[in-house]
Design a protein around this ligand. Structure first.
Ligand SMILES: [Zn+2]
Length: 419
């Protein structure tokens, strides 16, 4: 179904939220797990990018792929400055859900249609963006597209990123038809943006517990990833006496439990969700167990306490088993306080709707909006997730709540760009 309505020159309404959602749903979905595998610069990623370009073109928006592989769909002159930008990402974690990322992109196109169909006339350029490689599922670093753009990841650093099969980021980009030598900071682009608003499915249950459909973000918790390398000695699983072993799996296993304990004590979160083992044989004692710790907390001191506690415990366990331990911090993002003026403006705009109560909440999840927040005024809207489950095929938001999110975003874009 195509919506009708007259709007700015060149623009025409696209398909509905529900139709866009249905179009995108099968892309990159694994038939067994039913989860999504939309990893950066793969075939599934390319299909998502094609979908984005088609949505832009169907609306008469100007599609642009920037030097870092982020996609933009412009209404109005990008060069005019003070643009109001909305969007999110389309890639996924391994076996991720349908909503994390795509809800923001689909809602952005739908919100644009809604506000223009209402008859609102933008006085500023508007854009929808799809940031590339947000989840970091393939190359181990989250928000590569926005980090590069913001100059928070250099081209040299990005060129060293390698996936689990030994493919480097430049090789993957090249295979997907993107020039890896073009990547790097893009301050001119950011200077043209007056506000960035990212809508995202909530990755927790705060809205469900408060009984609200939509919320505004206050801050993103500081968070990081640490790699723990436990090195022991490979040997025969049948003939090596227990007392003769230097088994790194044991110290790793104890460290996983320590992480849980430290996080619980501090009211934080800590997770070992990825592991690699060498030689990875059923009948071999491992020589190396490499585990990645992801930890987040409401403030820096708490996070430092948790990670220091986990590392201290890991060293004690490694010593006890004659195992060597290296801990490397692979990425870190400090606490992000969203722009207070923009946040207050969002609350004011959404406050006009007497039906909608919009609580302000913090989150433990990182987002492109957080990466950009010290370069551009940014804000986030969250849509209720009844179970709080995310990064899993069970991730869900009710259609009514998604549509309430679209309307809230349309209100925000109208308030920011049509005054
Ligand atoms: Zn996301």
């Amino acid at each position: 179904m195509t919506q009708h309505g007259s709007g700015p020159a060149g623009w025409r309404a696209g398909t509905s939220f529900q139709e866009m959602w249905r179009d995108l749903l099968p892309v990159g979905r694994h038939p067994d797990s039913r989860g999504y595998r939309r990893f950066a610069w793969t075939g599934a990623d390319a299909e998502c990018r094609d979908w984005f370009r088609e949505q832009a073109e169907a609306r008469g928006l100007v599609h642009e792929l920037d030097r870092n592989g982020n996609q933009w769909a412009w209404l109005g002159d990008p060069e005019a400055g003070d643009a109001v930008v909305t969007g999110s990402h389309l890639d996924s974690v391994p076996d991720g859900g349908a909503f994390d990322g795509p809800l923001g992109v689909v809602s952005s196109f739908a919100a644009l249609d809604e506000l223009l169909t209402r008859g609102a006339r933008p006085t500023k350029p508007l854009a929808v963006v799809n940031f590339g490689d947000e989840e970091g599922a393939r190359f181990g670093l989250a928000c590569v597209g926005s980090r590069l753009t913001a100059g928070r990841l250099t081209a040299e650093q990005a060129h060293r990123l390698t996936d689990g099969d030994g493919v480097t980021l430049p090789q993957a980009m090249e295979a997907a038809g993107h020039d890896p030598d073009a990547i790097g900071a893009d301050p001119e682009r950011l200077a043209r943006i007056g506000a960035f608003v990212e809508l995202h499915v909530e990755q927790g249950r705060a809205l469900d517990l408060s009984g609200d459909r939509v919320g505004v973000a206050s801050a993103i918790w500081p968070h990081g990833r640490w790699r723990f390398d436990f090195r022991g000695e490979a040997n025969h699983a049948g003939t090596t006496r227990l007392t003769d072993r230097r088994d790194p799996m044991l110290s790793y296993a104890e460290t996983v439990l320590a992480a849980r304990r430290e996080a619980q004590l501090a009211g934080a979160v800590a997770t070992f969700g990825k592991i690699s083992v060498e030689p990875n044989g059923v009948n071999a004692i491992p020589s190396l167990v490499r585990g990645w710790l992801d930890s987040r907390a409401a403030d820096q001191d708490t996070l430092d306490t948790v990670v220091a506690g986990v590392e201290k415990a890991a060293r004690a366990y490694a010593d006890a088993h004659g195992v060597d331990l290296d801990v490397v911090r692979e990425s870190f993002t400090p606490v992000v306080e969203f722009d207070h003026a923009l946040r207050d403006e969002l609350a004011r705009i959404l406050g006009r709707d007497a039906e909608l109560r919009v609580p302000v909440l913090g989150t433990g999840a990182g987002h492109d909006a957080g990466i950009l927040s010290d370069r551009v005024p940014t804000a986030m809207l969250f849509v209720r997730n009844p179970t709080g489950v995310s990064h899993s095929p069970a991730e869900h938001a009710a259609e009514d709540d998604c549509l309430a999110g679209v309307s809230a975003l349309a209100d925000v874009l109208e308030g920011l760009a049509c005054t």
